[in-house]
Design a protein around this ligand. Structure first.
Ligand SMILES: NC(=O)c1ccc[n+]([C@@H]2O[C@H](COP(=O)([O-])OP(=O)(O)OC[C@H]3O[C@@H](n4cnc5c(N)ncnc54)[C@H](O)[C@@H]3O)[C@@H](O)[C@H]2O)c1
Length: 224
């Protein structure tokens, strides 16, 4: 990511892929401009938040004109490193891991799971949707050879830390952690923890406390 993007708030950064996907569709359908109201309707983010988000990256919509789709797309592509293919490793080819391998990430962005690892010898040497499955013994060798810096962790929680230490040792810089384990990593490593139970709880909480129509308020809370 560029230095420019580093400065934008995390809540804004999280919405960028959403905007990007929608703008790409608009562009393919030949549309050259879009209003914040149209965007708002499509991505389900209120238009005040969209205007604030866009102001962070210098995209200033003109009254009665809206935003230039081409300008925005070029900006997003650069910001999200869409021109560069990021190869990702997946560790743990079980229920969840297999589902991710079957999902074609490339369709929507430029990330691709290019190798998978497990300890189960029956999975060795197999291919799932053209992704080869290796034994964990080969982890460091393959990661270094393939220059992989991002990994998805879908292993049982008790082995998550031990595997994380190996990933860090093999130069992995970012980990998408689906296990319930809290991981200890050096400050230079980024871990994003996706806990479905917490997300579900949070959804139920917002439904109860912020009935629909108070989206702006919810956005503010998210941004904190
Ligand atoms: N399945 C879900 O819906 C779901 C949802 C949210 C979170 N999770 C979490 O994701 C993780 C995986 O869940 P799952 O349902 O796919 O489990 P699973 O048991 O189906 O798969 C785990 C895989 O990890 C492999 N494994 C075990 N030890 C390993 C090691 N040391 N090195 C490499 N691979 C190893 C196993 O052989 C197996 O293939 C768990 O931590 C779980 O809590 C799962």
């Amino acid at each position: 990511m560029s230095n420019e993007t580093m400065k934008i708030p995390q809540a804004t950064a999280k919405r960028l892929p959403l905007y990007y996907r929608f703008l790409k569709n608009l562009h393919s359908s030949g549309k050259q401009r879009v209003s914040s109201a149209e965007l708002s309707e499509a991505v389900k983010v209120d238009s005040a938040t969209i205007r604030r988000d866009f102001s962070y990256f210098g995209a200033l919509g003109k009254k009665g004109y809206g935003y230039n789709v081409n300008y925005l797309l070029t900006f997003f592509r650069k910001t999200l490193d869409q021109d560069e293919l990021t190869k990702v490793a997946l560790i743990g080819v079980g229920n969840l891991g297999t589902a991710f391998l079957n999902y074609n990430f490339l369709k929507n962005n430029n990330t691709k799971i290019s190798c998978a690892f497990d300890v189960d010898t029956s999975k060795m040497g197999t291919m799932i949707r053209e992704v080869p499955v290796f034994h964990m013994d080969e982890l460091e060798k393959v990661l270094v050879e393939e220059e992989i810096s991002v990994a998805i962790l879908t292993v049982p929680a008790p082995v998550a830390q031990m595997i994380t230490d190996r990933l860090v040792g093999a130069n992995v810089k970012g980990i998408l952690n689906f296990t319930p384990a809290r991981l200890n990593v050096p400050a230079s490593i980024r871990v994003h923890h996706i806990d479905l139970a917490v997300e579900l709880q949070s959804l139920v909480y917002f439904l109860k406390h912020y009935p629909t129509g108070e989206i702006e308020e919810v956005e503010e809370i998210e941004a904190e």
